[in-house]
Design a protein. Structure first.
Length: 217
């Protein structure tokens, strides 16, 4: 099991795997719950940072998560109560087993992290349009040079590299789910030149769009 804390930039490239995601708002555990409020607030504020690979450190975690997934999948009468109960139990075990670190948030760091998230959201919403480095830097509220360094430190890619990578991922989804030509895919994903699209696609997927469409899905 992998835990992704609120506000943490994350991503992955799954290959031949099936995974389940449980996304929940900690605020729903705060209502009229004075006994747990301080701890939950500390998690929400980032003062308590839950470990990422918690199931590797404690064998109590996976059974709770499996039961939680089953309850959410079946949605039998009363599942709402059981869902919250399992979430409380999960957090309780995390606190009991000390599967977390305590930290003090740096306001400037949080602001910069949020600025990068704003850029990622912008790319997600506008990847089909023409997007310049200057535009992304303005969204982040940084000068282009510093923005490039900071973005790379957070994502492992330069802004333009990430943009092209994201566009290619979107192209893969289109080519595997829609009856669409390579040229139409290129335009839909923000590439004005088909040959550049093919070159970029090969860079990230080690194959051409045409070869990719011949794969079985």
């Amino acid at each position: 099991m992998i835990n992704i804390t609120q506000g943490v930039l994350h991503g992955g490239e799954p290959e031949d795997c099936v995974y389940e995601c449980i996304v929940f708002d900690l605020n729903m555990l705060m209502k009229d719950n004075h006994a747990c409020a301080n701890t939950i607030q500390a998690i929400m504020n980032g003062k308590i940072r839950i470990d990422t690979h918690i199931s590797e450190k404690c064998d109590k975690i996976l059974p709770i998560v499996k039961d939680l997934c089953q309850v959410l999948a079946e949605k039998k009468p009363g599942y709402e109560f059981m869902t919250q109960g399992y979430l409380y139990t999960l957090i309780g075990v995390i606190i009991e087993e000390k599967l977390y670190e305590e930290s003090v948030n740096d306001t400037i760091t949080v602001q910069r992290l949020n600025s990068v998230k704003n850029v990622l959201d912008y790319i997600s919403d506008n990847y089909s349009d023409s997007i310049s480095l200057g535009r992304l830097a303005r969204i982040a509220g940084m000068n282009p040079r510093y923005f490039c360094r900071y973005f790379r430190s957070m994502t492992g890619r330069t802004p333009i590299d990430y943009l092209n990578y994201y566009r290619v991922e979107c192209a893969c989804e289109m080519l595997s789910t829609k009856n669409i030509s390579i040229k139409e895919t290129a335009i839909s994903c923000g590439f004005s030149d088909e040959s550049y699209f093919v070159k970029t696609f090969r860079k990230y997927k080690n194959t051409t769009p045409k070869q990719f469409t011949k794969k079985e899905f």
